[in-house]
Design a protein around this ligand. Structure first.
Ligand SMILES: *[C@@H]1O[C@H](CO)[C@@H](O)[C@H](O)[C@H]1NC(C)=O
Ligand SMILES: *[C@@H]1O[C@H](CO)[C@@H](O)[C@H](O)[C@H]1NC(C)=O
Ligand SMILES: *[C@@H]1O[C@H](CO)[C@@H](O)[C@H](O)[C@H]1NC(C)=O
Ligand SMILES: *[C@@H]1O[C@H](CO)[C@@H](O)[C@H](O)[C@H]1NC(C)=O
Ligand SMILES: *[C@@H]1O[C@H](CO)[C@@H](O)[C@H](O)[C@H]1NC(C)=O
Ligand SMILES: *[C@@H]1O[C@H](CO)[C@@H](O)[C@H](O)[C@H]1NC(C)=O
Ligand SMILES: *[C@@H]1O[C@H](CO)[C@@H](O)[C@H](O)[C@H]1NC(C)=O
Ligand SMILES: *[C@@H]1O[C@H](CO)[C@@H](O)[C@H](O)[C@H]1NC(C)=O
Length: 221
């Protein structure tokens, strides 16, 4: 019957809209690992005096969100310096900077040529800067081992990065009687601001399940 066929077509359309909504909600729940320089990694060639790739061009091609990771595939001939101070970044030089004005990631390695992977999450929104302060007079940085990014809010931090550190462990007082007492369950708190999109995705899924159920019931009639 044409009317029924039209109803089915409408239903199918609604379904495909739902599926698209879900796809959108799902893609919004993804955090990205950004490998700096892509396949070229984070390298400076001291013979040719050039960086392995154009890190500025690489950085502008990426979108950075809270909770994403930066991954530097490199070796100990380069360093990774992070700062929020743009003038320090432009100076290519940490010699005169105060310790709290930048952070040096070196994996604790002090020898040349040791392979390193330096990976950390982006936890602060807004502009921030990266460069290598290795080489004489900041030569690596001034020859291209430097880039700026701006971190968007995205989904906000995932719960794994958004929790206060646990309280310090305190040795329980020795008490032979308490050995028999039942374990105490601590009820975890739930909502953190970063979870809105996730909760939205879950709601959409619930709606879709209900819809699929209804369609199934119709068809079986
Ligand atoms: C991103 O990097 C983190 C930390 O190294 C790792 O735990 C996670 O599995 C990586 N995610 C993907 C999609 O590769
Ligand atoms: C640096 O570049 C030179 C010339 O292209 C090349 O021969 C050499 O292997 C490169 N060194 C490194 C460490 O990549
Ligand atoms: C690399 O470039 C710097 C700055 O232009 C220069 O001082 C240095 O001598 C160069 N090094 C080599 C190995 O060409
Ligand atoms: C690197 O890329 C940036 C942005 O695309 C561009 O402005 C700059 O001229 C490039 N640098 C070099 C040395 O090619
Ligand atoms: C930023 O860095 C420059 C160069 O090291 C320094 O002179 C300046 O005081 C710093 N600014 C802030 C706000 O720390
Ligand atoms: C540096 O290299 C030397 C020789 O290869 C090695 O004995 C030493 O353990 C290395 N030091 C570190 C901190 O890895
Ligand atoms: C690292 O730097 C040292 C000292 O300049 C050099 O001898 C070595 O060839 C470099 N290694 C790599 C992998 O670039
Ligand atoms: C944890 O939650 C359960 C059920 O909601 C409740 O009965 C219990 O009293 C709570 N425990 C604590 C320590 O808050």
């Amino acid at each position: 019957m044409p009317v029924a066929a039209m109803e089915m077509a409408k239903m199918a359309l609604n379904l495909s809209v739902m599926v698209m909504l879900i796809a959108a909600a799902e893609s919004a729940t993804v955090y990205t690992n950004h490998t700096v320089g892509g396949p070229d990694g984070w390298f400076f060639n001291a013979t040719t005096n050039t960086s392995a790739t154009n890190y500025t061009a690489w950085a502008v091609s990426e979108t950075f969100n809270l909770g994403d990771f930066l991954v530097f595939n490199t070796n100990s001939n380069q360093s990774v310096v992070q700062t929020y101070n743009e003038s320090l970044f432009q100076s290519c030089n940490t010699d005169d900077a105060t310790d709290d004005d930048y952070f040096l990631y070196n994996g604790g390695v002090t020898n040349f040529s040791q392979a390193l992977t330096i990976s950390f999450p982006l936890t602060i929104q807004g502009p921030q800067y990266y460069f290598s302060d290795a080489g004489d007079d900041g030569v690596q940085c001034s020859k291209g081992m430097a880039f700026a990014i701006s971190v968007n809010r995205g989904l906000g931090l995932p719960p794994s990065l958004n929790q206060p550190p646990p309280p310090p462990y305190i040795e329980p007082p020795p008490d032979p009687d308490s050995a028999q007492s039942p374990p105490v369950t601590v009820n975890g708190s739930s909502d953190s601001p970063g979870n809105d999109a996730l909760a939205f995705g879950t709601n959409v899924r619930v709606v879709l399940c209900a819809l699929l159920f209804a369609v199934g019931a119709l068809i079986s009639c």
